[in-house]
Design a protein. Structure first.
Length: 179
C-alpha cells in the first residue's frame, strides 16, 4: 500500500455518519412525542410560535431572523441575485463579499422580499368541498378559484404587508393557508 491509500483508509475510519430524522415537520404538526422521547425536549406553543416567526422565505430560499432588528441569515447562493444587483464595476459583492461592521454600513437588497410565516390554518375541508366530485380541468379550476378566494380573504385590506398562500401538502392530502 502506498501512503495515499493508508491516509485514505485512516481518514475514512475517523469519519462518522450523520443521521437525519425522517419526515416533514410543519410548525402546526410537530412530532412532540418523538421530540420528547428522542431528545428529552417538549416544545410549548410559545416556543413553536417563536421559531415559526423566526423562519424566513427569501424567494424560495430558507433563512432565519437572528436579531430583533431583522438581521437575516441565509446561504450565499440565496443572495446571489441581490449581490449582482447592488454590485458595480468598482465593487463585486458576489465575488469579494462584504462585511458591515455597523448597522449604518448595511446594504439593502431592493428587489428581495422577506416573508415571515405568521400563521398556519388548515383549509383541507374547504378545498375538498370546493373540488368534490370534480376531475381534470374542472378540478384544477375549482382548486385555483378556492385558493385565490382563501388567499384574498386572508390578505384583506393589508395588500402592502401581508401575503397569503394555499400550500398543498402530502400530494393533496392537506391544504394549509400560510399567512
Amino acid at each position: 500500500m502506498n501512503l495515499r491509500t493508508v491516509f485514505f483508509i485512516f481518514v475514512s475510519a475517523l469519519s462518522t455518519t450523520a443521521v437525519a430524522d425522517e419526515g416533514m415537520w410543519t410548525f402546526d404538526n410537530l412530532p412532540r412525542d418523538a421530540l420528547k422521547t428522542r431528545y428529552a425536549f417538549t416544545p410549548d406553543q410559545t416556543w413553536v410560535e417563536h421559531v415559526m416567526r423566526a423562519s424566513v422565505n427569501l424567494g424560495g430560499c430558507s433563512a432565519s431572523f437572528i436579531s430583533p432588528q431583522g438581521l437575516v441569515l441565509t446561504n450565499h447562493h440565496c443572495t446571489a441575485g441581490c449581490l449582482q444587483q447592488i454590485s458595480s464595476a468598482q465593487k463585486n459583492y458576489l465575488q469579494d463579499g462584504f462585511l458591515a461592521r455597523t448597522r449604518d454600513q448595511e446594504l439593502e437588497c431592493p428587489a428581495t422580499e422577506v416573508i415571515r410565516l405568521e400563521k398556519i390554518t388548515d383549509m383541507t375541508k374547504e378545498m375538498n368541498a370546493a373540488t368534490k366530485g370534480l376531475t381534470g380541468e374542472a378540478y384544477k379550476n375549482a382548486q385555483n378559484a378556492m385558493s385565490a378566494k382563501l388567499a384574498a380573504d386572508c390578505v384583506g385590506d393589508n395588500k402592502a404587508t401581508v401575503r397569503c398562500n394555499v400550500v398543498t401538502l402530502y400530494q393533496g392530502g392537506q391544504y394549509h393557508l400560510y399567512r
